[in-house]
Write a protein of this length. Structure first.
Length: 325
């Protein structure tokens, strides 16, 4: 008898989240501080809100992400993104209140995969600002990477750094990179900036799956669903999507889920313009390589050779896992 992995998203209690007052959310934040996990993104950008929701801070003047979520909630791809509740103003700052994906799980394993073969906006191409912090980050990854001029300036543009990061990781060749990983009961691993080649990616995917063929099967199903819904979505037909991630989560109870997150750099294309999300980028064509990345990720998960081992919940139930590989 095979062990069934539950594929999320399940039904949500929207009412509870919407009834929350901003002042109450501050208190909940303190209560839940110790169980909070943030894997990637700007530190401190997220805070637990109600029992079912989180707040994400808005840093940019524009409200791209709110606009994106408002459209996505009415879109064919609605089920592959977290549920959006509202934009909130709190102490003069703006937040997006959305579904807390972690609430479905107990001490889960989590992987954040940044999608796309381009990770910067086209507007970055004309940004001449030289940044010392990005130069430092570049040198810490590869001391030989800066040119003589960059070494003299001890600074690089953001475009230069982002292209370098894409080349150093699997972003350029595969259209995705693994940003962070957190295995159940362990501290997160974020030291993955040089995971570039197929065998290196496979190694991290195997670590994440921890020989759990049920989780692998559920994630393949979910990635196929993402691919299909993304392709039939009016939102994704009309938007360039930069810096979005797939968040994969599972726990020992056999619950598994994956969602597309982070739409702060999802920009509406000009009227009538469409993109394939698969073709290579050249300046002005707005291609982002998101579907190219999902295609490759799906292929890697499907071809992955993992050895089957029973999960703890399976052992408890004295059932055997059916190797679907
Ligand atoms: C950062 C990463 C972020 C980017 C950030 C980079 O590099 O590429 O995606 O933020 O730019 O520093 P790393 O992963 O090596 O830490 P955005 O996606 O918001 O552009 P920033 O320093 O301008 O925030």
């Amino acid at each position: 008898m095979s062990f069934e992995t539950t594929l999320f998203p399940p039904i949500l209690n929207v009412e509870t989240a919407l009834e929350l007052k901003a002042s109450e959310s501050g208190a909940v934040l303190n209560n839940r501080k110790n169980t909070w996990i943030q894997l990637a993104g700007h530190p401190g950008a997220f805070a637990p809100a109600g029992p079912l929701t989180i707040w994400k801070k808005r840093y940019n003047k524009d409200n791209n992400e709110t606009k994106a979520y408002e459209l996505l909630m009415k879109d064919a791809a609605r089920s592959i993104v977290p549920m959006f509740h509202r934009e909130v103003e709190y102490n003069g700052e703006y937040f997006i209140e959305m579904e807390d994906l972690l609430r479905h799980f107990t001490d889960p394993s989590i992987m954040d995969i940044k999608l796309g073969s381009r990770t910067f906006l086209e507007s970055e191409v004309n940004n001449p600002v030289l940044r010392k912090d990005l130069y430092e980050k570049m040198v810490s990854l590869d001391p030989d990477a800066p040119t003589e001029e960059e070494k003299e300036n001890k600074a690089v543009t953001k475009l230069r750094y982002m292209l370098f990061r894409e080349q150093e990781s699997s972003t350029s060749d595969f259209g995705f990179r693994i940003e962070a990983l957190r295995m159940s009961g362990e501290t997160p691993t974020t030291d993955l900036k040089k995971v570039k080649k197929k065998d290196q990616i496979e190694h991290v995917l195997c670590k994440f799956l921890d020989s759990n063929t049920g989780v692998r099967k559920a994630l393949i199903k979910r990635l196929e669903e993402m691919q299909l819904l993304f392709e039939s979505s009016a939102f994704f037909k009309s938007h360039e999507v930069i810096g979005s991630s797939i968040l994969m989560i599972y726990d020992k109870e056999g619950r598994t889920g994956a969602w597309l997150i982070d739409f702060s750099k999802s920009i509406s294309l000009e009227d009538g313009q469409t993109i394939t999300h698969r073709n290579p980028w050249t300046l002005g064509n707005h291609e982002d390589g998101i579907l190219f990345g999902i295609d490759n990720l799906l292929k890697l998960f499907t071809d992955l050779r993992i050895e089957s081992k029973p999960s703890s919940s399976q052992s408890d139930r004295k059932e055997t896992t059916e190797d679907t590989g």
